[in-house]
Design a binder for this molecule. Structure first.
Ligand SMILES: [Zn+2]
Ligand SMILES: [Zn+2]
Length: 76
């Protein structure tokens, strides 16, 4: 198993810094975006009682954190 949050460029583990994921080696900040494993739509993040789950607006379904596909998108 790979680490949960890794840099898409250099595969180093990302640091959480001021609301974004940070790779010092690449001097880049990323936001974490989740996609539906079924239809590939971007998922809405729902946070309740400290746990995170996702909702797909096109499937109209809740997705568990472990089922979603996660991508790190570079912040401009
Ligand atoms: Zn990097
Ligand atoms: Zn979907």
């Amino acid at each position: 198993m790979s680490a949960e949050n890794t840099c898409p460029k250099c595969n180093k583990e990302l640091m959480w810094d001021a609301g974004s994921y940070r790779c010092d080696d690449c001097d880049a900040s990323y936001s974490k975006v989740a996609f539906c494993p079924k239809c590939d739509a971007e998922l809405e993040k729902l946070q309740a009682c400290g746990s995170v789950s996702y909702f797909c607006n096109s499937c109209n379904e809740m997705k568990s954190k472990s089922a979603v596909r996660v991508e790190f998108q570079i912040k401009g």
